[in-house]
Design a protein. Sequence first.
Length: 269
Amino acid sequence: MEPGELIRSALTRAMEVYRDLARKGTASQRVRRGSFGDMAMVADLMCEEAIMRELARSLDLRRCTVVAEESGIINAESEQELVVLIDPVDGSTNMRRGMRHFGAGIAIASSSKFRDVFAAGVLDFVSGELVLATEDNVVLPEGSKGPSNVEDLRESVVTLDFRAAKRGPRDVERYLRLVRALKHVRNLGSSLVELEQIALGVLDAYVCITPEMRVFDIVPGMYVLKKLGCPLWTGDGDPEELELVTRNRYPLIAASNRTLLQRILEEIS
């Protein structure tokens, strides 16, 4: 199966598993802490298992390094053929509280660097909207207009991670400067869905100025946006060199166009 279709199949199966659990009323039951420290619910665990099982139909996961939110980093001790990132439910708190923004993401790479990602997808579990990218193609939902051309900060709709406000004085000031420059600020509570919304032209930028994001929280959406020509910022380093097999957290700014990204960076510099 082609990588894009494999990702589509795995994400679709995860959504089916979630919806079945939701009908039974068990999706949001808390189970245990996942490998990265967050409380895992039944849907987190069952959706991750479903994704792994679907991927294993075409990939030998024993020859892959897998970085998954609940299972952790698997097969990292030796060089593997592929790196697979899995976020089975991004926005678990939204899911538990009945809010509408949560979904899943998968990315596959030929090395442990972002530059070597060659397929990724994000699926919104509520709307069913899927964005999918491979080396040769980007698939958006029918009728999607793609990333916007909004360049004015005051006109842009920006989703902003609030956690910078909890850090030191310098980060708080950078954060507040940007807030003052913006008119339309949002936070949907799911980074993958928010990045997907940039691809669809619904949001204009995603901003997390401090290192809060784990690789599976962002890389599937980052790759889709990269293939659409959207600029990315990950702090001092080149986004292409972002390490995938890690527990580190990263900042991220993703914008629909380079002018908007530059104007955001001017406010936080």
